[in-house]
Design a protein around this ligand. Structure first.
Ligand SMILES: Cc1cc2nc3c(=O)[nH]c(=O)nc-3n(C[C@H](O)[C@H](O)[C@H](O)COP(=O)(O)OP(=O)(O)OC[C@H]3O[C@@H](n4cnc5c(N)ncnc54)[C@H](O)[C@@H]3O)c2cc1C
Length: 404
């Protein structure tokens, strides 16, 4: 009997596995694609902006030392609206922190997870796919398929981190609310003829937001949201044509764009599960909430799930109690609601307000950006959200290791 079985070794499932590593618990991580291989799509060429709060969580998990040499710090965030006056700047020194956040390539993060998980006592079952689950009063049983062979495992708690489509969420009969934004993000790494100076740019355009995040090796990670109907045309442009279009849209505040890597695209929608807990199963990460990347909140939100859940599991481990006990999961679910509501409202309203061609709304949002710059509480909200701080914090979220 396992204490915790985690399905999905993407960034969220692997982070939870790492968080639980120091605890006296029997934990298994099941991942469909060979864990640590270059073919795992969760660890592709994308980059992720980790909030300052998330860096503290990784510090608590003991992997920040390995990560910190491979991340690019965000010293300043510059938010602007194409065609309208008004920009907001948030600076790390004003907030008295070393950086507002850090940008890291998913592939790098995957390698750090893989190395750290390889030395622990946790069992990684991969490549293996969970195809069925059954809830019993005292445990959950999962059926797995591993290289043509089937097997079953029993666990006190099942954590489902199998991504936005989550077949296991569907098996549990948990409904989702979904909003297709009709937008698709094109991502690529780009370079300009000016040195990268730790500024993250968020520029709102009529087709959607464009983010340029500082990366290591004098590169930027570009996340450029397009109307889905227009994405194919942009992907088909030659490199030179694409860079010209980017230059036109972004302007020259960071110099001339001179180089671009491979372009990939990701359709964007909001997915919200009707419940995060059912019986002895918990949904985390994209399986419970998939967000538009406009404000870089998806992984950061999920890491606060990881911190809250592992805090409770550390307590259960200390007391040799049931990890899947209904009262523990009820506490977890209740504790996370305010954060979900706040982050979803923030992200969704940014997308809707800033993805319109309406001139009237354009003036309103320009006014909004100016207002954010001048009105202290609004500015504080934007800053705290970007930094991933603000709510009552679990042990890991304060950068402290877990003990059992
Ligand atoms: C363009 C873009 C930019 C983004 N930028 C940011 C950012 O800057 N900051 C931020 O915080 N977030 C960002 N995000 C969001 C972030 O990428 C997601 O929050 C995160 O990847 C979710 O990870 P996950 O582990 O929940 O899901 P996934 O990455 O989908 O992982 C799920 C895993 O489960 C495995 N799996 C599925 N089914 C099974 C099964 N039955 N059995 C076993 N294994 C299974 C899959 O193989 C996969 O490895 C961005 C997203 C996009 C699209």
């Amino acid at each position: 009997m396992w204490d915790v079985v985690i399905v999905g070794g993407g960034m969220v499932g692997a982070s939870l596995a790492l968080a639980l590593q120091p605890l006296q618990l029997k934990v298994a991580l099941i991942e469909a694609v060979a864990f640590g291989s270059r073919s795992q799509p969760a660890y592709d060429d994308r980059s992720v902006a980790l909030s300052y709060g998330s860096s503290l969580i990784y510090q608590g998990m003991g992997i920040w030392q390995q990560l910190k040499t491979q991340v690019a710090p965000i010293k300043q965030i510059h938010v602007s609206d194409r065609g309208y006056f008004g920009a907001t700047r948030i600076k790390a020194e004003q907030e008295s922190v070393p950086a507002l956040g850090y940008v890291v390539e998913n592939r790098v993060l995957g390698q750090v997870f893989f190395d750290a998980l390889a030395v622990g006592q946790l069992e990684i079952i991969s490549p293996a796919t969970v195809y069925e689950l059954e809830q019993k009063p005292d445990y959950v049983e999962v059926k797995i398929e591993r290289q043509g062979l089937v097997d079953s495992l029993q666990s006190k708690l099942l954590v489902i981190a199998d991504g936005a489509k989550s077949p296991l969420r569907e098996q549990l009969g948990i409904e989702v609310k979904e909003r297709d934004y009709q937008q698709t993000a094109i991502i690529a790494n780009v370079s300009t003829d000016q040195p990268v100076q730790g500024i993250a740019y968020e520029r709102f355009t009529s087709s959607g937001p464009l983010a340029l995040l500082p990366l290591t090796q004098e590169r930027y990670s570009l996340v450029w949201t397009h109307k889905t109907t227009e994405v194919e045309a942009s992907l088909n442009l030659s490199e030179t044509e694409f860079l010209q279009k980017l230059q036109q849209t972004f302007g020259y505040r960071q110099g001339r764009f001179i180089k671009i890597g491979k372009r990939s695209s990701y359709p964007l929608s909001l997915v919200k599960a009707a419940a995060e807990v059912q019986g002895r199963a918990v949904l985390i990460g994209n399986a419970s909430h998939t967000l538009h990347p406009v404000a870089g909140q998806g992984l950061n939100l999920a890491l606060r799930d990881v911190a809250a859940l592992s805090d409770l599991l550390a307590m259960q481990a200390q007391q040799h109690s049931d990890c899947g006990a209904a009262e523990v999961l009820a506490v977890y679910q209740a504790a996370r609601q305010a954060d979900y509501r706040r982050v979803i409202a923030y992200t969704d309203s940014l997308v809707r307000l800033f993805s319109t061609d309406s001139t009237l709304l354009g003036h309103a949002r320009a006014g909004g950006l100016l207002a954010v710059d001048r009105i202290a509480p609004l500015r504080k909200l934007l800053t705290q959200q970007s930094m991933g701080l603000g709510l009552r914090q679990a042990r890991l979220a304060r950068g402290l290791a877990l003990r059992s």
